[in-house]
Design a protein around this ligand. Structure first.
Ligand code: TRH
Length: 363
Protein backbone atom coordinates (compact mmCIF):
# COMPACT_ATOMS: atom_id res chain seq x y z
CA UNK A 1 0.00 0.00 0.00
CA UNK A 2 1.24 3.52 -0.79
CA UNK A 3 2.21 5.41 2.39
CA UNK A 4 -0.13 8.07 3.82
CA UNK A 5 2.15 10.89 2.72
CA UNK A 6 2.31 9.78 -0.89
CA UNK A 7 -0.30 11.63 -2.95
CA UNK A 8 -1.29 11.40 -6.61
CA UNK A 9 -1.91 14.37 -8.93
CA UNK A 10 -3.58 13.88 -12.33
CA UNK A 11 -2.94 16.34 -15.15
CA UNK A 12 -4.23 16.47 -18.73
CA UNK A 13 -2.51 19.00 -20.96
CA UNK A 14 -5.35 20.65 -22.90
CA UNK A 15 -3.00 23.02 -24.73
CA UNK A 16 -0.23 25.48 -23.90
CA UNK A 17 1.67 25.34 -20.63
CA UNK A 18 -0.77 26.36 -17.89
CA UNK A 19 -2.05 22.91 -16.95
CA UNK A 20 1.37 21.37 -16.39
CA UNK A 21 2.76 24.69 -15.09
CA UNK A 22 0.23 24.77 -12.25
CA UNK A 23 0.54 21.02 -11.53
CA UNK A 24 4.33 21.17 -11.31
CA UNK A 25 4.21 24.11 -8.90
CA UNK A 26 1.55 22.38 -6.82
CA UNK A 27 3.62 19.19 -6.64
CA UNK A 28 6.82 21.06 -5.72
CA UNK A 29 5.16 23.05 -2.94
CA UNK A 30 3.47 19.99 -1.43
CA UNK A 31 6.85 18.24 -1.47
CA UNK A 32 8.97 21.15 -0.23
CA UNK A 33 6.69 22.59 2.44
CA UNK A 34 4.63 19.60 3.57
CA UNK A 35 7.00 16.66 3.05
CA UNK A 36 4.53 14.89 0.77
CA UNK A 37 5.80 12.56 -1.94
CA UNK A 38 4.00 13.01 -5.22
CA UNK A 39 3.26 10.82 -8.21
CA UNK A 40 2.33 13.23 -11.01
CA UNK A 41 0.31 11.43 -13.69
CA UNK A 42 0.44 13.42 -16.91
CA UNK A 43 -0.65 12.60 -20.44
CA UNK A 44 2.09 14.73 -22.05
CA UNK A 45 5.20 13.33 -20.41
CA UNK A 46 7.64 15.20 -22.67
CA UNK A 47 6.18 18.58 -21.67
CA UNK A 48 6.17 17.60 -18.00
CA UNK A 49 9.85 16.64 -18.23
CA UNK A 50 10.60 20.04 -19.72
CA UNK A 51 9.00 21.73 -16.70
CA UNK A 52 10.65 19.34 -14.27
CA UNK A 53 14.15 20.12 -15.58
CA UNK A 54 16.60 18.24 -13.40
CA UNK A 55 13.62 16.84 -11.49
CA UNK A 56 12.65 16.77 -7.82
CA UNK A 57 13.64 13.97 -5.44
CA UNK A 58 10.11 13.72 -3.99
CA UNK A 59 8.19 13.89 -7.28
CA UNK A 60 7.79 10.96 -9.62
CA UNK A 61 6.54 11.73 -13.13
CA UNK A 62 4.26 9.00 -14.53
CA UNK A 63 2.95 8.76 -18.06
CA UNK A 64 -0.86 8.66 -17.93
CA UNK A 65 -2.14 6.77 -20.97
CA UNK A 66 -5.41 5.07 -21.91
CA UNK A 67 -3.85 1.66 -21.23
CA UNK A 68 -2.18 2.60 -17.90
CA UNK A 69 -2.67 -0.16 -15.37
CA UNK A 70 -3.38 1.29 -11.94
CA UNK A 71 -2.53 -1.26 -9.26
CA UNK A 72 -3.20 1.00 -6.26
CA UNK A 73 -4.44 4.49 -5.42
CA UNK A 74 -2.96 7.10 -3.12
CA UNK A 75 -4.76 8.12 0.10
CA UNK A 76 -5.20 11.62 -1.36
CA UNK A 77 -5.86 12.13 -5.06
CA UNK A 78 -5.78 15.52 -6.74
CA UNK A 79 -7.58 15.84 -10.06
CA UNK A 80 -6.74 19.10 -11.82
CA UNK A 81 -8.98 21.28 -13.98
CA UNK A 82 -11.74 18.65 -14.20
CA UNK A 83 -9.49 16.26 -16.15
CA UNK A 84 -11.40 13.25 -14.75
CA UNK A 85 -9.99 10.17 -13.02
CA UNK A 86 -9.74 6.81 -14.81
CA UNK A 87 -12.49 4.32 -13.92
CA UNK A 88 -9.93 1.61 -13.01
CA UNK A 89 -8.17 4.06 -10.68
CA UNK A 90 -11.48 5.00 -9.04
CA UNK A 91 -12.01 1.32 -8.23
CA UNK A 92 -8.70 1.38 -6.35
CA UNK A 93 -9.79 4.57 -4.56
CA UNK A 94 -12.95 2.83 -3.36
CA UNK A 95 -10.88 0.01 -1.84
CA UNK A 96 -8.69 2.49 0.00
CA UNK A 97 -11.33 5.17 0.77
CA UNK A 98 -9.11 7.75 -0.92
CA UNK A 99 -9.87 11.46 -0.63
CA UNK A 100 -10.66 13.06 -4.01
CA UNK A 101 -10.04 16.78 -4.62
CA UNK A 102 -10.59 18.55 -7.94
CA UNK A 103 -8.53 21.75 -8.20
CA UNK A 104 -10.29 23.91 -10.78
CA UNK A 105 -9.30 26.86 -12.95
CA UNK A 106 -8.72 30.24 -11.34
CA UNK A 107 -11.26 33.02 -11.68
CA UNK A 108 -11.94 36.19 -9.70
CA UNK A 109 -15.68 35.84 -10.35
CA UNK A 110 -17.93 35.93 -7.31
CA UNK A 111 -19.61 32.56 -7.94
CA UNK A 112 -16.32 30.84 -7.07
CA UNK A 113 -16.89 31.46 -3.35
CA UNK A 114 -20.16 29.52 -3.47
CA UNK A 115 -18.63 26.53 -5.25
CA UNK A 116 -15.38 26.28 -3.33
CA UNK A 117 -15.10 23.35 -0.92
CA UNK A 118 -18.42 21.82 -2.02
CA UNK A 119 -18.75 18.05 -2.13
CA UNK A 120 -20.15 16.04 -5.01
CA UNK A 121 -21.10 12.43 -4.15
CA UNK A 122 -20.53 10.08 -7.11
CA UNK A 123 -22.74 7.16 -8.15
CA UNK A 124 -19.94 4.69 -7.25
CA UNK A 125 -19.78 5.91 -3.63
CA UNK A 126 -16.72 8.17 -3.90
CA UNK A 127 -17.01 11.87 -3.01
CA UNK A 128 -15.37 14.48 -5.21
CA UNK A 129 -14.50 17.76 -3.47
CA UNK A 130 -14.27 21.01 -5.43
CA UNK A 131 -11.31 23.19 -4.62
CA UNK A 132 -11.39 26.59 -6.30
CA UNK A 133 -8.37 28.90 -6.35
CA UNK A 134 -9.29 32.53 -5.89
CA UNK A 135 -8.50 35.96 -4.55
CA UNK A 136 -10.65 36.06 -1.41
CA UNK A 137 -10.57 34.22 1.94
CA UNK A 138 -13.73 32.31 0.95
CA UNK A 139 -11.85 30.60 -1.90
CA UNK A 140 -8.88 28.23 -1.96
CA UNK A 141 -6.39 31.10 -2.42
CA UNK A 142 -3.46 31.41 -4.83
CA UNK A 143 -0.31 29.35 -5.34
CA UNK A 144 2.53 31.10 -3.49
CA UNK A 145 5.65 29.35 -2.24
CA UNK A 146 7.21 30.37 1.08
CA UNK A 147 10.54 30.62 -0.75
CA UNK A 148 9.32 33.14 -3.34
CA UNK A 149 10.42 36.31 -1.52
CA UNK A 150 13.96 35.00 -1.12
CA UNK A 151 14.08 34.01 -4.78
CA UNK A 152 12.95 37.49 -5.75
CA UNK A 153 15.25 39.49 -3.51
CA UNK A 154 18.25 37.50 -4.74
CA UNK A 155 17.30 37.73 -8.43
CA UNK A 156 19.91 39.31 -10.71
CA UNK A 157 19.87 39.85 -14.47
CA UNK A 158 23.15 37.95 -14.68
CA UNK A 159 21.37 34.80 -13.35
CA UNK A 160 19.35 34.87 -16.55
CA UNK A 161 22.38 35.47 -18.75
CA UNK A 162 21.23 39.06 -19.34
CA UNK A 163 22.97 42.36 -18.66
CA UNK A 164 21.36 45.01 -16.45
CA UNK A 165 20.26 48.14 -18.34
CA UNK A 166 19.57 50.94 -15.88
CA UNK A 167 18.94 53.43 -18.71
CA UNK A 168 16.03 51.43 -20.15
CA UNK A 169 12.69 50.15 -18.91
CA UNK A 170 12.49 46.37 -19.18
CA UNK A 171 9.29 44.68 -20.33
CA UNK A 172 8.41 40.98 -20.58
CA UNK A 173 5.93 39.97 -23.25
CA UNK A 174 4.02 36.66 -23.01
CA UNK A 175 0.75 36.66 -24.94
CA UNK A 176 -1.55 34.71 -27.27
CA UNK A 177 -1.76 34.91 -31.05
CA UNK A 178 -5.02 36.89 -30.84
CA UNK A 179 -3.36 39.80 -28.99
CA UNK A 180 -3.03 43.07 -30.95
CA UNK A 181 0.73 42.63 -31.10
CA UNK A 182 1.34 44.90 -34.11
CA UNK A 183 -0.37 47.78 -32.29
CA UNK A 184 1.63 47.11 -29.12
CA UNK A 185 4.91 46.97 -31.04
CA UNK A 186 4.02 50.26 -32.69
CA UNK A 187 3.36 51.89 -29.31
CA UNK A 188 6.57 50.50 -27.78
CA UNK A 189 8.67 51.78 -30.69
CA UNK A 190 7.31 55.25 -30.03
CA UNK A 191 7.78 55.06 -26.27
CA UNK A 192 8.89 58.24 -24.53
CA UNK A 193 11.51 56.18 -22.70
CA UNK A 194 13.95 53.66 -24.22
CA UNK A 195 12.80 50.08 -23.69
CA UNK A 196 14.01 46.56 -23.96
CA UNK A 197 11.36 43.91 -24.43
CA UNK A 198 11.98 40.26 -23.60
CA UNK A 199 10.06 37.94 -25.86
CA UNK A 200 9.97 34.29 -24.75
CA UNK A 201 10.36 31.57 -27.36
CA UNK A 202 6.60 30.77 -27.79
CA UNK A 203 5.92 34.40 -28.73
CA UNK A 204 8.96 34.83 -31.02
CA UNK A 205 7.19 33.66 -34.23
CA UNK A 206 4.37 36.15 -33.60
CA UNK A 207 6.87 38.97 -33.14
CA UNK A 208 8.85 37.91 -36.22
CA UNK A 209 5.73 38.23 -38.33
CA UNK A 210 4.92 41.67 -36.90
CA UNK A 211 8.49 42.89 -37.44
CA UNK A 212 8.48 41.49 -40.97
CA UNK A 213 11.41 39.11 -40.50
CA UNK A 214 11.27 35.46 -41.53
CA UNK A 215 12.59 34.08 -38.25
CA UNK A 216 13.98 35.20 -34.90
CA UNK A 217 16.76 33.12 -33.36
CA UNK A 218 16.84 32.75 -29.59
CA UNK A 219 18.98 35.49 -28.08
CA UNK A 220 18.58 37.66 -31.18
CA UNK A 221 17.99 41.34 -30.62
CA UNK A 222 16.36 43.82 -33.00
CA UNK A 223 16.34 47.56 -32.41
CA UNK A 224 13.33 49.51 -33.69
CA UNK A 225 13.29 53.22 -32.80
CA UNK A 226 13.07 53.44 -28.99
CA UNK A 227 12.72 49.73 -28.46
CA UNK A 228 15.07 46.77 -28.41
CA UNK A 229 13.25 43.46 -28.85
CA UNK A 230 15.17 40.49 -27.50
CA UNK A 231 14.10 36.87 -27.83
CA UNK A 232 14.87 34.58 -24.91
CA UNK A 233 14.57 30.80 -24.56
CA UNK A 234 11.77 29.21 -22.55
CA UNK A 235 12.98 29.68 -18.96
CA UNK A 236 12.58 27.38 -15.98
CA UNK A 237 9.68 28.47 -13.75
CA UNK A 238 12.13 29.85 -11.18
CA UNK A 239 13.94 31.89 -13.83
CA UNK A 240 10.65 33.10 -15.25
CA UNK A 241 9.75 34.33 -11.73
CA UNK A 242 13.10 36.11 -11.62
CA UNK A 243 12.46 37.74 -14.98
CA UNK A 244 9.02 39.02 -13.91
CA UNK A 245 10.48 40.44 -10.72
CA UNK A 246 13.33 42.19 -12.54
CA UNK A 247 11.18 43.69 -15.32
CA UNK A 248 9.33 47.00 -14.92
CA UNK A 249 6.18 45.91 -16.76
CA UNK A 250 4.94 42.37 -17.47
CA UNK A 251 2.51 41.23 -20.13
CA UNK A 252 1.22 37.83 -19.01
CA UNK A 253 -1.52 35.40 -20.01
CA UNK A 254 -3.63 32.41 -19.03
CA UNK A 255 -3.52 31.20 -15.46
CA UNK A 256 -0.10 30.72 -13.96
CA UNK A 257 1.99 33.58 -15.42
CA UNK A 258 -0.89 35.89 -14.40
CA UNK A 259 -0.40 35.08 -10.72
CA UNK A 260 3.37 35.08 -10.95
CA UNK A 261 3.14 38.64 -12.31
CA UNK A 262 0.94 39.56 -9.36
CA UNK A 263 3.61 38.26 -6.95
CA UNK A 264 6.31 40.14 -8.88
CA UNK A 265 4.60 43.31 -7.62
CA UNK A 266 5.17 45.10 -10.94
CA UNK A 267 2.59 46.65 -13.28
CA UNK A 268 1.02 43.89 -15.32
CA UNK A 269 -1.27 43.57 -18.29
CA UNK A 270 -3.11 40.24 -18.22
CA UNK A 271 -4.49 38.53 -21.31
CA UNK A 272 -7.05 35.86 -20.37
CA UNK A 273 -7.22 32.60 -22.31
CA UNK A 274 -9.78 33.15 -25.06
CA UNK A 275 -13.07 31.35 -24.54
CA UNK A 276 -16.41 31.14 -26.34
CA UNK A 277 -19.24 33.60 -25.57
CA UNK A 278 -16.68 36.14 -24.34
CA UNK A 279 -16.36 34.31 -21.02
CA UNK A 280 -12.75 35.50 -20.88
CA UNK A 281 -13.88 39.13 -20.89
CA UNK A 282 -16.14 38.46 -17.89
CA UNK A 283 -13.13 36.91 -16.17
CA UNK A 284 -11.07 39.98 -16.99
CA UNK A 285 -13.78 42.29 -15.64
CA UNK A 286 -14.02 40.27 -12.42
CA UNK A 287 -10.27 40.43 -11.96
CA UNK A 288 -10.13 44.16 -12.60
CA UNK A 289 -12.87 44.81 -10.04
CA UNK A 290 -10.71 43.02 -7.55
CA UNK A 291 -7.32 44.33 -8.72
CA UNK A 292 -8.40 47.96 -8.99
CA UNK A 293 -10.63 48.16 -5.91
CA UNK A 294 -8.06 50.13 -3.90
CA UNK A 295 -6.47 52.06 -6.79
CA UNK A 296 -6.94 55.83 -7.11
CA UNK A 297 -9.17 56.85 -9.97
CA UNK A 298 -6.44 57.83 -12.47
CA UNK A 299 -4.47 54.64 -11.90
CA UNK A 300 -7.60 52.49 -12.12
CA UNK A 301 -8.63 54.12 -15.41
CA UNK A 302 -5.20 53.68 -17.00
CA UNK A 303 -4.94 50.01 -16.03
CA UNK A 304 -8.55 49.22 -16.88
CA UNK A 305 -8.35 50.82 -20.33
CA UNK A 306 -5.04 49.15 -21.10
CA UNK A 307 -6.17 45.65 -20.05
CA UNK A 308 -9.47 45.98 -21.92
CA UNK A 309 -7.74 47.26 -25.07
CA UNK A 310 -5.18 44.44 -24.97
CA UNK A 311 -7.86 41.76 -24.52
CA UNK A 312 -10.25 43.24 -27.07
CA UNK A 313 -7.75 43.90 -29.86
CA UNK A 314 -7.98 47.66 -29.54
CA UNK A 315 -4.51 48.66 -28.28
CA UNK A 316 -3.33 52.17 -29.13
CA UNK A 317 -0.22 54.30 -28.62
CA UNK A 318 -1.98 56.21 -25.83
CA UNK A 319 -2.31 53.07 -23.69
CA UNK A 320 1.45 52.56 -23.46
CA UNK A 321 2.04 56.29 -23.11
CA UNK A 322 -0.32 56.46 -20.14
CA UNK A 323 1.43 53.54 -18.43
CA UNK A 324 4.77 55.32 -18.79
CA UNK A 325 3.40 58.73 -17.74
CA UNK A 326 1.85 57.25 -14.60
CA UNK A 327 4.59 54.71 -14.02
CA UNK A 328 5.19 55.61 -10.31
CA UNK A 329 1.45 55.33 -9.57
CA UNK A 330 0.85 52.06 -11.43
CA UNK A 331 4.00 50.59 -9.86
CA UNK A 332 2.97 51.60 -6.37
CA UNK A 333 -0.45 50.11 -6.98
CA UNK A 334 1.01 46.80 -8.17
CA UNK A 335 3.13 46.57 -5.02
CA UNK A 336 0.18 47.50 -2.76
CA UNK A 337 -1.96 44.78 -4.37
CA UNK A 338 0.79 42.22 -3.93
CA UNK A 339 1.13 43.11 -0.24
CA UNK A 340 -2.64 43.02 0.30
CA UNK A 341 -3.01 39.70 -1.50
CA UNK A 342 -0.05 38.19 0.37
CA UNK A 343 -1.97 38.56 3.64
CA UNK A 344 -4.15 35.67 2.54
CA UNK A 345 -3.31 32.05 3.10
CA UNK A 346 -1.80 30.39 0.01
CA UNK A 347 -3.53 27.63 -1.95
CA UNK A 348 -1.35 24.71 -0.87
CA UNK A 349 -1.63 25.56 2.83
CA UNK A 350 -5.42 25.90 2.48
CA UNK A 351 -5.57 22.59 0.65
CA UNK A 352 -3.52 20.69 3.22
CA UNK A 353 -5.74 22.04 6.02
CA UNK A 354 -8.87 21.15 4.03
CA UNK A 355 -7.64 17.58 3.50
CA UNK A 356 -6.60 17.19 7.16
CA UNK A 357 -10.10 18.25 8.21
CA UNK A 358 -11.67 15.72 5.84
CA UNK A 359 -9.42 13.02 7.29
CA UNK A 360 -10.27 14.01 10.91
CA UNK A 361 -14.00 14.05 10.22
CA UNK A 362 -13.84 10.50 8.93
CA UNK A 363 -12.41 9.04 12.12
O1 TRH B 1 0.51 28.66 -21.41
P1 TRH B 1 -0.71 29.32 -20.97
O2 TRH B 1 -1.47 30.03 -21.98
O3 TRH B 1 -1.66 28.24 -20.30
C1 TRH B 1 -3.05 28.23 -20.46
C2 TRH B 1 -3.80 28.73 -19.32
O4 TRH B 1 -3.47 28.04 -18.15
C3 TRH B 1 -5.28 28.57 -19.57
O5 TRH B 1 -6.03 29.02 -18.50
C4 TRH B 1 -5.56 27.13 -19.79
O6 TRH B 1 -6.90 26.95 -20.04
C5 TRH B 1 -4.72 26.67 -20.94
O7 TRH B 1 -3.35 26.90 -20.67
C6 TRH B 1 -4.93 25.23 -21.20
O8 TRH B 1 -0.35 30.39 -19.82
P2 TRH B 1 0.02 30.19 -18.28
O9 TRH B 1 -1.14 29.69 -17.52
O10 TRH B 1 0.61 31.44 -17.85
O11 TRH B 1 1.14 29.07 -18.28
C7 TRH B 1 2.45 29.31 -18.69
C8 TRH B 1 3.40 28.50 -17.82
O12 TRH B 1 4.69 28.49 -18.40
C9 TRH B 1 3.57 29.08 -16.44
O13 TRH B 1 3.73 28.04 -15.49
C10 TRH B 1 4.85 29.89 -16.53
C11 TRH B 1 5.63 29.01 -17.45
N1 TRH B 1 6.71 29.65 -18.20
C12 TRH B 1 8.02 29.26 -17.93
O14 TRH B 1 8.25 28.43 -17.04
N2 TRH B 1 9.04 29.81 -18.66
C13 TRH B 1 8.82 30.73 -19.63
O15 TRH B 1 9.77 31.19 -20.27
C14 TRH B 1 7.47 31.14 -19.88
C15 TRH B 1 7.18 32.19 -20.92
C16 TRH B 1 6.43 30.58 -19.14
Amino acid sequence: MLPARQWDIFCKVVDNFGDIGVCWRLACQLADEHAINIRLWVDDLALAQRFAGAGHAAIQLEHWQAQTNFSESAPVVIETFGCGLPEAYQQQMLKRSSIWINVDYLSAEQWVEGFHAQRSPQANGLVRHFFYPGFTPLTGGLLREASLTTLQTRARWEDLGLAPAADKRSVSLFCYAHAPLAALVDSLQQSAQPLRVFVPQPVAPLLASVLGVSELQMGQSIQRQQCEFMTIPFLSQADYDRLLYLCDVNFVRGEDSWIRALWAGKPMIWLPYQQSEETHLRKLEAFMQHYLALADQATATILREAMQAWAQGDWQVRHWQALIDYFPQVSQHAMAFKVQQSQQVDLVTNMVIFIENLQKNRV
